[in-house]
Design a protein around this ligand. Sequence first.
Ligand SMILES: [Zn+2]
Length: 284
Amino acid sequence: MKNIKEKLLIICLLFISFYALLYTFKPFTHQKTVRYLQDFSNSSFSYQTSMNGEPSNEAQYLFKKEIERQAYKFPDVYFLEQPAAKRKKIKQIALTFDDSPDDWYCPQVLRILDKYKVKATFFLIANRLKAYRYNAEAIKNAGHLIGNHSFAHQKMTEMTTEQALADLALAEQEFVKYLEIQPLLFRPPYGVMTDEQIIELGIRNYKIINWSIDTYDWDTSRNSPEEILARVEKYAHNGGIILLHSSGKDRENTLKALPLLITFLQKEGYELVTLDKLLLVKAF
Ligand SMILES: [Zn+2]
């Protein structure tokens, strides 16, 4: 009897030692992986967001479905809005500006944000940092959050994953060189990337962030200041991420709409926060 007990004890100890060893060496044997859920393309699932429901054509409708699918599939890496579990009592919303820096619209956007004491997130195109370094520094020094919007603003879905990673590496170099930062928030140009690219960026600790409220300030067929404001009034929601543009093309209408929409959001009781505060993620 005693013999059996001893044997059992030895077997138990062996098991414990084995798993202790396995656990010790785990960091060396396992690459970081990205958790993902199954596809829901054919299910009736609809992402719980007030993502602007105004796609004006088939391509925009498909784009909306695609980013909702990816947000559902990669819940730890890819965001369209604040996850419900992180939602606070106080209403929060994030303004995000793409395509800066430049030397014309960017300073004007900064002046408006300063006037209303609002902090926002800017997704910068890295190949513009050299030419507009001082405006990029102005964004940083004003206390806004900076994210990576690629090096060359090319559609990643038209690139191989290797090409996309090479572009990302170039962008990283420029951010370090000109701003001495390494942003970990990434917004793909035009909001599009492949699942494989999402996984690769996730492994590199990036968070990919698109939006739940498209103001369509980029769409010249329907981007009057009144139309931009009306969309924010209609679709603003707690935990929302608002897409705006602060450089790149003619942004006069965005400039005109900005004070109006900030006034509206503040009156509605929203706290306007940067994405790291909205999503509780590491930005650098
Ligand atoms: Zn862009």
